[in-house]
Design a protein around this ligand. Structure first.
Ligand code: NDP
Length: 448
């Protein structure tokens, strides 16, 4: 396989999909060597089959707003690969959603799910609908219209959606409820459900907690502890909030958070009172992060329209908002002021230039598909509990989450350890480990 030719061919077929091509290019460039060791893979044209989704569904979602106007959005589900288990991946509701973004997310999800060691294929879906500023009833009507179109394509052994940006417990509840009504079955077709109707304990916390557990494993390879470390986080949604909560519990200082309007810098680290304010602000009132700086003006500075990276002093960065939110300049700024580790809560938050900087500086750098896999891992555990009609305790789920993150870390070390040095390339490690399992399953199942 010649990487450049392969990438150029794909780019010419999908010319308007930059995020998808960015994700593909990163994976292909790191698995080239191992792929070329198995000529049978090339004979089966396996890489191309793995890069192009199995199926893409696109549909109009018509709904009625509170003023009685009929509104139309576009809905999507990208069923990328089900070689190792039913399609599995979140639903994103955000104005920026398009096919390129969902194809990149579904592609990444396939490798991430493979890394969890659980039987889940990769998928992603969503709509260019934004829940921000909408009433509960508008969100409910939209979710029901979305599921009216989607419900025939999903099921507990076919495709199991979950949350992502703009889709939390409220949206999953509405979608699950409507799915149940249409399908006339009560099964684990969505994950991230409420505890009262089949949700798993620790699922809301899982992505953020899992990222912290992954970080601890990385730091341990260099004999470094987390206590007292200054950690910059971006975002203030599900992933960011529970990352901050776990870090504080572990004795680290959380020095920043953000949303799409701006970021706060907290030089001495968030106090429990300040954290609780932000938690309630985001979870109960759907407020803006600037309101935290208004509430605690002595402790925090607000930077409107800015991401955290250039104006924080930190040891560790955990980008947890969205894709391409940390560029080459941000990476250089972080490195210049002594950042020793980056562990990604979001999917593909660092641009290719930023990743190059981190790897060249040989700091600990964990890509999202490894570091944020805790969320889908606990979704897998939710599916297991649903199919057994059982609920496990929080301690049980948390122990399994820690074990899974340790296992993902070991896989990255196994496939990413650089010969002749003690450096671990986690990007290569995660890609090769994720790829090999899916590739073997596809080879065994023939050309489908
Ligand atoms: P939420 O919707 O709960 O939170 C998203 C946060 O990121 C909000 O603070 C939001 O700000 C901010 N944000 C969103 N888009 C942008 C943007 N374009 N520019 C700047 N800030 C932005 O989503 P999650 O926390 O669930 O997801 C965050 C990231 O983590 C995503 O990349 C997602 O794919 C990834 N992820 C999520 C998992 C999960 O279990 N939820 C699992 C694995 C990965 P605002 O409120 O202003 O929009």
């Amino acid at each position: 396989m010649k990487t450049n030719e392969f990438i150029e061919d794909l780019r010419s077929r999908f010319p308007n999909e930059p995020e998808y091509m960015q994700a593909v290019e990163e994976v292909v460039s790191t698995i080239e060597d191992v792929y070329n060791e198995y000529p049978e893979m090339e004979r089966y044209n396996l890489l191309e089959r793995l890069c192009i989704p199995d199926r893409i569904l696109t549909f109009r979602v018509s709904w009625v707003d509170d003023k009685g106007r009929v509104r139309n959005n576009t809905g999507y589900r990208v069923q990328h690969c089900n070689a190792i288990g039913p399609y599995k991946g979140g639903i994103r509701f955000h104005a920026s959603v398009n096919l390129s973004i969902l194809k990149f997310l579904a592609f990444e999800q396939t490798f991430k799910n493979s890394l969890t060691t659980l039987a889940m294929g990769g998928a992603k879906g969503g709509s260019d609908f934004s829940p921000r500023g909408k009433s509960d009833m508008e969100v409910m009507r939209f979710c029901q219209a979305f599921v009216t179109e989607l419900w025939r394509q999903i099921g507990p052994d076919t495709d199991v959606p979950a949350g992502d940006i703009g889709v939390g417990a409220r949206e999953v509840g509405y979608m699950f409820g409507y799915y149940k009504k249409m399908a006339r079955e009560f099964t684990g077709t969505f994950t991230g459900k409420g505890i009262e109707f089949g949700g798993s304990l620790i699922r809301p916390e899982a992505t953020g907690y899992g990222n912290c557990y992954f970080l601890l494993n990385m730091l341990a390879t260099r004999g470094i502890g987390i206590k007292g470390k200054r950690v910059a986080i971006s975002g203030s949604g599900n992933v960011a909030i529970y990352t901050a909560q776990k870090l504080m519990e572990l004795g680290a200082k959380v020095v920043s958070m953000s949303d799409s309007s701006g970021s706060i810098y907290v030089p001495h680290g968030l106090t429990p009172e300040q954290f609780q304010f932000i938690f309630d602000l985001k979870n109960l009132y759907r407020g803006r992060i600037s309101e935290a700086a208004d509430e605690f003006p002595e402790a925090m500075e607000y930077f409107p329209g800015e991401r955290p990276w250039k104006h924080v002093k930190c040891d560790i960065a955990m980008p947890s908002a969205t894709q391409n939110e940390l560029d080459g300049d941000d990476a250089r700024a972080l490195l210049a002021q002594g950042c020793i580790a980056v562990s990604e809560g979001a999917n593909m938050p660092s641009t290719p230039e930023a990743i190059k900087e981190f790897i060249a500086a040989r700091i600990l750098y964990a890509p999202g598909k490894a570091a944020n896999a805790g969320g889908v891992a606990v979704s897998g555990l939710e599916m297991a509990q649903n199919s057994q009609k059982l609920s496990w305790s929080a301690a049980e789920v948390d122990t399994k989450l820690r074990d899974i993150m340790a296992d993902i870390h070991s896989q990255c070390v196994k496939f990413g350890a650089e010969k002749g040095s003690d450096y671990i390339n986690y990007v290569k490690g995660a890609n090769v480990a994720g790829f090999m399992k899916v590739a073997r399953a596809m080879m065994a199942q023939g050309i489908l």
